[in-house]
Design a protein. Structure first.
Length: 222
């Protein structure tokens, strides 16, 4: 008869694994926010997280898979925060008010806005199709739930327009984030009066555009 596994040792091993995985996620959140995606590797993340070489790949099959997990977690927190804030408003929000809530909530989440800005590229890379499908299905369902709250709470929104608005806000974030915080070669324009037209403030620009969308009609047919 084989020797029984010590339950305490097994529990400690699981705890260590959970701690390592959490550390990898926390470190990668910072790394993906600071560095171009092409420069990030699982090994460099593992080194920054102070885990043995190859440990990061034990938990995540690729840096794209790790990225998707981070994006999932960041979006989940944001969707929940939006739900709570809008429900506290007790309905009747105007276009400028909901635009301010959306812009302010994203400005306070720089990691999420950075992840959104490179999402389209990552989803085209080394990512399992089933994992991508599961993520997109989860995202659609969560956005639909938040969208229904928008429909009930924002003046002038028709049924089904809340999810469309939420989708557009994320697309706008993907474009505005790198424009408001350029990296690498794009930095040449910063502080140069000749390129002042390209300088934007993320929060005010997003609020302005969302307000305009709501005024024109989310579906663009009004």
């Amino acid at each position: 008869m084989g020797r029984l596994i010590d339950p305490e040792k097994r529990a400690r091993a699981k705890q260590r694994q959970a701690e390592r995985k959490h550390r990898i996620l926390e470190v990668s959140r910072s790394i993906f926010s600071r560095l171009p995606f092409v420069e990030v590797t699982l090994d460099s993340i593992g080194q920054a997280a102070d885990v043995d070489r190859g440990v990061a790949s034990m938990y995540f099959g690729s840096k794209e898979e790790l990225f998707l997990r981070l994006l999932h977690d960041e979006l989940a927190e944001w969707y929940t925060a939006l739900e709570e804030e809008i429900l506290r408003s007790e309905g009747g929000l105007t276009g400028p008010e909901i635009a301010g809530i959306l812009a302010g909530s994203l400005t306070g989440r720089p990691e999420l806005t950075r992840l959104l800005s490179v999402e389209a590229v990552v989803l085209e890379q080394n990512l399992d199709a089933i994992e991508a499908f599961r993520f997109l299905k989860w995202r659609r369902d969560r956005m639909a739930a938040v969208g229904k709250i928008f429909d009930r709470s924002v003046a002038g929104l028709e049924e089904g327009e809340g999810i469309r608005l939420l989708h557009r806000v994320q697309l706008l974030t993907a474009a505005l984030r790198p424009a408001s915080d350029p990296r690498g070669a794009a930095l040449y324009e910063v502080g140069d009066p000749e390129f002042e037209v390209f300088a934007i403030d993320f929060e005010s620009e997003l609020k302005h555009i969302v307000t305009a969308i709501l005024k024109a009609g989310v579906k663009g047919n009004e």
